[in-house]
Design a protein around this ligand. Sequence first.
Ligand code: FES
Length: 131
Amino acid sequence: MPFYSEKVLNHFKNPRNVGEIENADGVGEVGNPVCGDIMSFYIKIAPDGKTIQDIKFKTMGCGAAIAVSSIVSEMAKGKTIEEAIKITNALVAQELGGLPPNKMHCSNLGADALHKAIEDYLRKKVSGLDK
Ligand code: FES
């Protein structure tokens, strides 16, 4: 597979932070209607109310989508919500050493799912459902 970077292959073969967080503070799920792949992120926020203490993902999708989920989880873990919101799809692809053009849509799912999980947490917090 010469068109995948070493980093993509590494994260695909050995994905980090796979799984689900029970009673997660925020959950975000996105899917791509064309390929049918689905990515879900679960985040746990530290007692300070602003740091992503733990993050896990479940992805039903292609190898690139799994590598993207894994790298996003590493990029976001330990970051503040403010920092994590700044993780863009382009940054994710860059962090992976690039993706083939026909696989760029896979990297788009990563930051979107993370941002949705953060939005979910913020929404619950505003409505007091995080208690
Ligand atoms: Fe759809 Fe990769 S082929 S996310």
